[in-house]
Design a protein around this ligand. Structure first.
Ligand code: ATP
Ligand code: LTN
Length: 334
């Protein structure tokens, strides 16, 4: 708890450009959570180097992601938005937790298996212990809740196991976090293969709408979106492409699937795709404008990075010092 609020922690990697899926499925829903929770949202750049990165590109992407957090509506006065690499406690706690994590547990992680297959030439120890760093992120802030996608639930489970193991030895040190299952947005699917989720690492640029796509590009991608030969706008399992477009249109306009079916009753896919494209352009426009303004204001952003980094560090150190004492490190004189 911080004050009378429970703590929420989440993070995103600055790899690839954020998609409409990241926005509708995560970012957009994060905005209102600060009323109920004390929120920490990190740009997890330590995690990013588990795969090879170009240094200047990583730096630029990380800054862009932090700027996007704000452009998407996360108020930096109410949410702690910061770089993971600016708070050394993440790496320090990760080391300690490494000593409380078993190789066998890490061997079972499906993301490790997937990523090592994908990066067979660079299966480094960091990739293997990635979940321990993630556990450190969460436990460092004594987070009660963690909004994550389904693919990250296994990492949250190991975080809980590590925390419980540590607590069993040293007493009540860590809060045991729960996945945040509150109001989550729809899962947005690829525009080219509606059985696959829209993902920032998709190689086919037409499959994903990026938050920085200009209106023409957005419209073109929706025009080319894969549908079916049914010819009617209906929200059903048999029409995954149309179903996905209905989800997107609904998330952008607040309309329900039933209202959307009615609106496009008797109309063709062409009209429907245009409407979906326009609704996406309409939500991306203010976001992009705000992003452009923020990017110009270097001083403002730097101020936020400094202030929020210090705030994160304050809470991180509270936990870290407690943990260091528990495991038996000598007391600090200074
Ligand atoms: P990558 O392709 O690099 O794995 P990603 O686009 O799948 O990335 P993540 O970085 O794994 O995204 O996830 C960031 C957040 O965005 C998570 O909370 C995740 O649940 C959410 N998210 C990602 N893709 C979608 C999607 N298609 N629909 C809804 N939410 C999504
Ligand atoms: N592994 C996550 C990003 C991430 C995270 C976290 C999410 C790193 N640390 C702590 C929640 C809490 C991902 O790839 N989506």
């Amino acid at each position: 708890m911080i004050g009378d609020k429970k703590v929420l922690f989440s993070g995103m990697q600055a790899t690839g450009n954020l998609t409409l899926g990241n926005y509708l499925g995560a970012l957009k829903n994060w905005v209102s959570l600060c009323d109920e929770y004390e929120c920490f949202y990190s740009v997890v750049d330590l995690h990013s180097i588990t795969v090879r990165q170009d240094p200047s590109e990583l730096r630029q992407r990380a800054r862009k992601l932090l700027t996007l957090y704000i452009a998407a509506g996360l108020d930096p006065k109410k949410n702690c938005l910061y770089y993971q690499s600016h708070v050394s406690g993440h790496a320090e706690l990760a080391w300690i937790l490494n000593c409380f994590t078993y190789m066998g547990e890490l061997n079972r992680m499906t993301q490790f298996k997937d990523k090592s297959a994908k990066h067979a030439d660079n299966i480094n120890a960091g990739l293997f212990t990635y979940p321990v760093l993630m556990a450190a992120d969460i436990l460092l802030y004594q987070a009660d809740v963690v909004p994550v996608g389904k693919d990250q639930l296994q990492h949250l489970e190991i975080t809980r196991d590590i925390a419980q193991r540590f607590n069993a030895i040293y007493g009540d040190v860590f809060t045991i976090p729960e996945p945040y299952l509150g109001k989550t947005g729809a899962k947005i699917m690829s525009l080219q293969d509606p059985d696959k989720k829209m993902s920032k690492s998709d190689e086919n640029a037409n499959a994903s709408v990026y938050l920085m796509d200009d209106p023409d590009t957005v419209m073109r991608k929706f025009k080319r979106a894969v549908t079916d030969s049914e010819g009617c706008v209906r929200y059903c399992e048999e029409q995954p492409g149309i179903r996905n477009l209905i989800d997107i249109y609904g998330a952008c306009t607040g309309k329900t699937p039933a209202e959307i079916e009615k609106e496009f009753d008797g109309k063709g896919y062409g009209d429907f795709k245009m409407a979906v494209g326009e609704s996406v352009v309409a939500i991306l426009k203010p976001l992009q404008e705000r992003f452009a303004e923020l990017e110009k204001d270097k001083g403002y952003l730097d101020g936020i990075i400094k202030e929020n980094g210090e705030k994160a560090e304050y809470y991180a150190l509270k936990t870290l010092r407690k943990v260091q004492k528990k495991v038996g490190f000598p007391e600090r004189i200074r």
